[in-house]
Design a protein around this ligand. Structure first.
Ligand code: AP5
Ligand code: MG
Length: 214
């Protein structure tokens, strides 16, 4: 088993880069945000527990997150290579991930920190649109669909994430600084942190990440 992490503020481009890496490698994309949104859509107990936190831009409790991640890893095979997106987000999650990986004789191989200036992040999130049918991610000006509000890939309708409203975005950025940014130091000390300039266009950022992937 192999594990890499995409670390970065909301809107840094974790999901967008993950798509590019997945297309170029055999990494399995594990986004806890996507898993939680799927649980809300399916109306499961996990979705019910998570929804109120997500709507406010607060973190979902560690026990809920750790349960869904360990359930996902338990379905995997020993040779699987995972690319975590939006996980871990607290020191507790990071420590638990280390323990879980150790049980599989594995460790976190590399952590890619996506660095983007804050004003860029705010405009990325306010312009984000997502396909309701297939989940493809667009941006009204940066990465527009060919026809407004229609997915290029499947023709599905595009929507705005409920937590992309301005007030919630500002809270998510604050939560990132308070609860997640300390992971930068945690992984730097372990010698696995790799910085990526994610403020450029998606192709350049993806190419930089792929060139630094061991
Ligand atoms: P999650 O879904 O993980 O959201 P997030 O971290 O806030 O990150 P985003 O998905 O908003 O941004 P992204 O970095 O993926 O950017 P994207 O590629 O879409 O989490 C949502 C919520 O779930 C959390 O608030 C929390 O409540 C809960 N949660 C999830 N995981 C948790 C955990 N581990 N612990 C506790 N709670 C958890 O790009 C953004 C926009 O920019 C798009 O429009 C895109 O088209 C555009 N864009 C991207 N890259 C570029 C580029 N290079 N140039 C121009 N435009 C770009
Ligand atoms: Mg995302």
């Amino acid at each position: 088993m192999k594990a890499i992490i995409l670390l970065g503020a909301p809107g840094a481009g974790k999901g967008t880069l993950a798509e590019g890496v997945r297309n170029a490698t055999s990494f399995i994309h594990v986004s806890t945000g996507d898993m939680l949104r799927a649980a809300i859509k399916a109306g499961t107990q996990t979705g019910l527990e998570a929804k109120a936190f997500m709507d406010k831009g607060e973190l979902v409790p560690d026990n809920v997150i750790l349960r869904i991640v360990s359930e996902r890893l338990a379905q995997g095979a020993p040779e699987d290579q995972y690319m975590f997106d939006g996980f871990p987000r607290t020191l507790e999650q990071a420590r638990q991930l280390d323990e879980t990986l150790a049980q599989h004789d594995a460790k976190v191989n590399q952590v890619f920190l996506l660095e983007v200036p804050t004003p860029v992040i705010v405009s990325r999130l306010s312009g984000r649109r997502i396909c309701k049918s297939c989940g493809a991610v667009y941006h009204v000006t940066n990465i527009p669909p060919k026809v407004a509000d229609v997915c290029d890939q499947c023709g599905g309708p595009l929507y705005q994430r409920p937590d992309d409203s301005e007030a919630t975005v500002l809270n998510r950025l604050d939560v990132y600084q308070r609860q997640t940014a300390s992971l930068i130091d945690f992984y730097e000390r372990k010698g696995v942190l790799v910085r990526i300039n994610a403020g450029s266009d998606p192709q350049s950022a993806t190419a930089e990440l792929l060139s630094k992937l061991n």
